[in-house]
Unconditional design. Structure first.
Length: 256
């Protein structure tokens, strides 16, 4: 039987999944790997192997002293080089390819309703939804689906938040896992509004003077006093970038 070569479309889909998973989850038992294998009609092991081939292209992995499997470099490196600095385009193209393979409108694969599109440009809504979906998947996987402050692991209560806000991020920062942190809804909102910050020096939580004005209230010690000075639960792969945390502390945090 003739060997089935990997298509460009399959490689784009695989690289998209690669950027959403920590290195330790690039294996055939990971649900995202199984889902991709089903979509493109390949075995779980085949997809896992190709993911590890992409790891051999990744300077982050190489600089950490780990190695992928370089056997597929000739196939993977050109796709890596094309998309590594243009991940928004990668993720959008991957979503369109997936929709075509599933024979579904892209809006259906992204749970976009007619109401979501009302009065808006279709392509803008699709791009926004793709970015939101990918970033959430990336950050929740990196934090093992638990809040970095409380350890809560109920996905419905977790938010993948940006350290440097999306509107203020460069193109390279927008979908950078080091610019994300997984927090439960209460602490995500407090971080977003500058009521709390995380130290770039030791990754501990600081409370703003604005928040401390509520120190006499009954809820304060239970929800905020108890986390003051606490070190966050670190992710399994991409730690919060210290420069991004410094930006949040200096420009968004409401001060001590």
């Amino acid at each position: 039987m003739a060997r089935r070569l990997w298509t460009r479309e399959e490689l784009i889909l695989t690289l998209s999944v690669y950027f959403q998973l920590p290195f330790g989850r690039l294996n055939h038992t990971t649900p995202e790997v199984k889902e991709l294998a089903k979509v493109i009609g390949r075995t779980d092991n085949s997809v896992a192997l190709r993911l590890v081939n992409f790891a051999a292209c990744d300077p982050y992995i190489i600089s950490s002293g780990r190695t992928g499997m370089p056997g597929g470099l000739s196939v993977c490196q050109p796709i890596w080089d094309e998309y590594t600095d243009d991940r928004e385009r990668l993720f959008c193209e991957a979503q369109r390819i997936k929709a075509a393979l599933l024979h579904k409108p892209i809006e259906e694969t992204l749970n976009i309703s007619a109401q979501d599109l009302e009065g808006k440009e279709r392509d803008v809504v699709i791009k926004q939804r793709v970015n939101q979906s990918v970033f959430r998947s990336m950050i929740l996987s990196n934090y093992e689906e638990r809040c970095a402050i409380t350890g809560i692991n109920i996905p419905e209560l977790l938010v993948a938040g940006h350290i440097i806000p999306w509107a203020e991020s460069s193109p390279q920062q927008k979908l950078n896992p080091e610019n994300g942190i997984c927090l439960s809804a209460l602490y995500d909102k407090a971080f977003d509004k500058g009521l709390i910050t995380i130290s770039p020096d030791d990754f501990t939580v600081s409370l703003s003077s604005a928040l401390c004005e509520y120190e006499s209230h009954e809820f304060f010690d239970r929800h905020f006093g108890s986390i003051r000075g606490q070190k966050i639960i670190m992710p399994i792969e991409h730690r919060p970038n210290r420069d991004f945390l410094a930006y949040h502390r200096d420009r968004i945090f409401l001060g001590k």
